[in-house]
Design a protein. Structure first.
Length: 437
């Protein structure tokens, strides 16, 4: 049996050394982070930078790492690709006053940020809806015309909320613009409402499906606590295009986010594939606002994640998933990852993500602990009784209580005389006794 000092040093030093190795390896991993790789430029000088990150790069067996695929386009919007945007704004009774003024202000900033003077192929239309819907401004590239149309929002007749009617009207406006354009435009609808559709969500979903089937993107902004967020989320093209704000004062930032995500588009149809190693377990996918992947388990290629993103904006895209390695040692974060992207004007790009290396270490051993000594269960005292003959004094003994037995006898009476059988006297008998503590 080894001395206790040797035993203590052996088990106390191991966790310290393990922690030091983890810290040093993590520091080296941060210093060796790969730089983003760029795909080759296409004919128009457009490219996309791709990068993969893992966090953390050094783990103990049983822990989870988070992997991110990052795409950053480096190209401007194609000058020959038309862009048609329709703002569908709720003008029901609950929007009157300060909310409609905030919505008008957010729409003005949105139009200014589009810089229509420098983008002649971009047009904006405005639709208002309450009990019914109407077009208050057809698709136009003139900022002054749009500014005049926005002034009419506060004068619109009030009433209920027919969101489906607003989407149908926006779809008709986009169809007219498509007929007047020589090239199929990139179409988007930004829907704003603070209530619940008066006929339920089903008509809204049906109108939204028609819009998306025609190739239009749909972003929604839900204002206040009375807005049907679930319905607006179902109507949006993607979950990240469904925004909710607590008050109308946040509409400007919501419109700006949708502009960056939906309108400032430079690439389309991004298909991203990540092949997973056989010795990892997929724990989770996605982060708030990210598109969900399709999970495949091919018998030849193995497990893989596949994302299909219809638009890639200037702000770029991040895709997240989490895995748990099942073996020790140094290993790649994935087998292979690549993306194929199409430009809105017909070009295309392809790029491979650099695969990172992760290190999986054995968790430090815990010192053995002595087995707990068995505990004795106290045995309650038992009372032992002794059978007592009826003709002799009785003594009752117990385990830990001394008891006193009181005896009582009838006095002996005079025996009956043989010559007087009718006297009624009988021989004396023992009187029954009681056992008292």
């Amino acid at each position: 049996m080894e001395p206790w000092r040797v035993w203590f040093r052996r088990f106390a030093v191991r966790p310290v050394l393990g922690a030091a190795v983890l810290a040093c390896t993590a520091t080296v991993g941060l210093l060796l982070l790969p730089l983003p790789l760029a795909a080759e430029d296409d004919a128009d000088g457009c490219r996309v930078d791709v990068q993969q990150t893992v966090n953390p790069a050094v783990i103990l067996l049983g822990e989870t790492i988070e992997v991110r695929l990052i795409l950053q386009p480096r190209c401007g919007q194609s000058a020959g690709q038309p862009l048609h945007v329709v703002l569908a704004i709720d003008t029901s009774g609950s929007m009157q006053g300060q909310p409609i003024m905030q919505a008008e202000n957010a729409a003005r900033h949105f139009i200014e940020d589009l810089n229509l003077a420098d983008h002649p192929s971009t047009s904006v239309g405005i639709v208002s809806f309450n009990n019914s819907a109407e077009t208050i401004c057809a698709l136009t590239n003139q900022s002054k015309t749009l500014s005049g149309c926005l002034n009419k929002l506060g004068n619109a007749p009030t009433g209920g909320t027919d969101i489906a009617a607003g989407l149908v009207e926006a779809g008709e406006l986009l169809k007219k613009g498509r007929k007047q354009s020589a090239t199929r435009p990139l179409a988007a609808v930004l829907l704003l409402s603070n209530g619940t559709n008066q006929a339920g969500c089903h008509p809204v979903e049906r109108a939204a499906s028609d819009l998306k089937r025609d190739g239009a993107l749909l972003g929604t902004v839900c204002v206040g606590a009375d807005c049907d967020q679930d319905c607006m989320r179902k109507a949006a093209s993607q979950p990240r295009f469904a925004l909710a704000v607590t008050d109308a004062g946040q509409l400007a930032s919501a419109f700006d986010k949708l502009r960056r995500e939906m309108v400032d588009v430079v690439l389309e149809d991004a298909n991203i594939t990540q092949l997973l190693p056989p010795d990892v377990t997929l724990v989770g996918v996605g982060a708030p606002g990210e598109p969900e992947p399709r999970i495949d388990d091919d018998p030849v290629e193995g497990a893989s994640l596949r994302w299909k993103v219809p638009l890639l904006a200037k702000a770029g895209l991040t895709l997240t998933y989490r895995v748990r390695p099942t073996r020790l040692g140094e290993q790649p974060s994935g087998l292979r990852a690549w993306t194929v992207i199409r430009r809105s004007d017909g070009g295309g790009l392809q790029a491979d993500f650099p695969q990172r290396t992760i290190l999986v270490l054995q968790a430090p051993l815990e010192p053995p602990t002595a087995a707990p000594s068995p505990t004795r269960t106290p045995v309650p005292p038992t009372r032992v009784a002794t059978a007592i003959p009826s003709a002799t004094p009785a003594v009752i003994a117990t385990a830990n209580v001394k008891r006193v037995v009181h005896r009582a006898f009838l006095p002996r009476m005079q025996k009956p005389r043989l010559d007087d059988p009718d006297s009624g006297l009988q021989q004396a008998q023992l009187f029954p006794f009681r056992d008292r503590p």
